[in-house]
Design a binder for this molecule. Structure first.
Ligand SMILES: [Zn+2]
Length: 539
């Protein structure tokens, strides 16, 4: 009898551990500006332990898209973690014009807080206060009654703050003036010892003394254009040509900014993330923790050198090794099968305009100064002694002001603006023009209008929204590239799952970025974020 009771007890225990309802740790990896095709284009140079391990042992959604515009960093990170679009979570761009204060606003700016960890007071005036909804990290904190830890790390403030949500145990980003990881008084009154210790080893100083040469012999980079091409600009004014080897110490600008436009910015973040994993004891007990990691140097390198540069290819080859190291450390600390990893991107990128033109592809640079000059002329006609018309232009949106105040919601455009709207449509590269009042009409199902509506909130968006033709972009220079459009090259992102509860496989079903948060929430059995409109897609 006694033996039988012991046996029952043993079964009960086995049953319990078998039915463990959550992983010990969730690791979210966002790669800034990672196009879906980079998973495959550089595959013959990837290791077996990084991107290929995620693909070969995990599950890949091969058709994951962003379903709003603009496809920028802040809206991307917010959408991944909130499961909803800017129209609901409020993060409509990196910077916008906030109507209530008649002034510009940075997505994570907060005047009420300040820096913890460096003398740069501005770099820490940041918090998630502009984010209207909860994140999956917020929901995990509440679901575990604050026992599950959430740590978020990124070089960019917005890439750390938005994934971390409203109540993380820590959110850290890099102050490139001082070469230190910092946070703000929103989160804490002092840096944890391990962050101070990390800052004190001065890794950025070691990295900026490196010479960036290719990981493999340069002649093997057959997936990219030649090294010295007109699509690229030198890394700094002190560099003669945009070619390898890039001697960082010689071409360094003030501070550590130069480092970020090299793969070593990712290496720096990887080292910091590994310290967070170890020092915060993530995944050590049975209550689920969350480590949010966002790699930014892929975006800086992409903007500077473009999608077909050897520099970009080399950055992915090295990031692949950084990811391999992270996965190996997770195996050692948390154990294979005890953690869940997802990898995605905040947006993709277009190819360089001249690169496209040289291959007879439709593309062009939009002349925004011509647009602003034309608008100034038109508003000049409308000025009188009582009304002074002016405007603010950003993100291909025009915010009109009369005597410094923006227009009221749903007000149709004044008829005097109609000729200007007609003129806009004749400008080279313009696809369609929308008005703010059109944005509050019932949602259209047709792209790009549907994507623009889902990216629009009146209090933070313009009165006139311009959409450019595919391949057209607005950029300060001709070299490198950018993103932001509602087109496939900017919206198609990787979405990979691996580890706890995940079987190997892939799907070509159309899913959206808004589906990532409810998919993770459903896997780890927690509520969806408050504004979530996506669906769980892993079956
Ligand atoms: Zn970018």
């Amino acid at each position: 009898m006694k033996k039988y009771i012991y046996l029952c007890f043993a079964f009960l225990l086995a049953g319990q551990s078998f039915a463990q309802k959550r992983p010990k740790l969730v690791v979210g990896i966002v790669v800034d500006q990672m196009r879906y095709d980079y998973l495959y284009r550089f595959q013959n140079k990837y290791s077996n332990g990084g991107f290929k391990r995620l693909l070969n042992t995990g599950y890949s959604f091969e058709q994951c898209h962003i379903n709003y515009m603009p496809t920028f960093t802040a809206p991307g990170h917010a959408c991944i973690y909130t499961g909803t679009t800017p129209s609901i979570n409020g993060i409509v761009a990196n910077d916008w014009y906030e109507r209530s204060i008649n002034d510009t606003m940075y997505c994570v700016y907060d005047s009420n807080v300040t820096t913890i960890g460096s003398a740069n007071k501005k770099a820490g005036k940041m918090s998630p206060n502009n984010l209207y909804t909860t994140t999956m990290t917020d929901e995990l904190r509440m679901a575990t009654n604050k026992q599950g830890k959430v740590i978020s790390v990124c070089i960019k403030d917005r890439g750390s703050i938005l994934p971390g949500g409203h109540h993380p145990n820590g959110a850290y980003w890099f102050d490139s003036d001082n070469g230190a990881f910092i946070t703000s008084t929103y989160y804490t009154s002092s840096l944890p010892h391990w962050v101070t210790d990390f800052n004190n080893i001065h890794l950025p100083e070691t990295l900026i003394n490196k010479t960036w040469d290719t990981y493999f012999p340069i002649k093997t980079y057959t997936e990219s254009t030649a090294d010295d091409v007109v699509y690229e600009a030198p890394l700094s004014k002190k560099e003669e040509k945009p070619v390898f080897p890039h001697k960082l110490r010689l071409i360094r600008k003030d501070g550590y900014g130069t480092l970020l436009t090299t793969p070593y910015g990712n290496t720096l973040l990887k080292e910091f993330a590994l310290q967070a994993l170890k020092q915060e004891d993530l995944g050590k007990d049975s209550i689920t923790d969350f480590l949010a990691i966002s790699f930014s140097s892929t975006d800086y390198v992409g903007h500077h050198f473009g999608t077909f540069s050897i520099e970009l290819e080399d950055t992915y080859i090295r990031l692949d090794r950084d990811i391999e190291e992270i996965l190996n450390k997770l195996d050692a600390q948390v154990g294979k099968g005890n953690y869940l990893v997802f990898l995605t991107a905040d947006h993709g990128a277009a190819h360089n305009v001249q690169y496209l033109k040289d291959r007879n592809m439709p593309a062009g640079l939009f002349n925004d100064s011509a647009l602003k000059d034309t608008l100034k002329t038109y508003l000049g006609y409308m000025n009188n002694e009582y009304e002074k018309w002016d405007f603010f232009y950003d993100n291909q949106q025009i915010y009109l002001t009369i005597n410094g105040n923006t227009l009221s919601k749903n007000a149709p455009l004044p008829p005097a603006m109609y000729p200007f709207m007609d003129r806009l449509l004749t400008m080279e590269g313009v696809d369609k023009v929308y008005t703010g009042s059109m944005m509050s009409e019932p949602y259209t199902s047709n792209a790009p209008g549907s994507l623009i509506q889902k990216g629009y909130r009146f209090e933070r968006c313009g009165d006139i929204i311009i959409n450019l033709k595919p391949g057209w972009m607005e950029m300060p220079r001709k070299t490198g590239t950018t993103h932001g459009s509602p087109y496939d090259y900017d919206t198609h992102i990787p979405f990979l799952l691996m580890g706890w509860g995940i079987k190997q496989g892939q799907s070509t079903e159309n899913v959206n970025m808004i589906d990532i948060a409810p998919t993770i929430s459903s896997l780890i059995k927690i509520p969806n974020p408050s504004g979530c409109v996506g669906k769980a897609v892993y079956r």
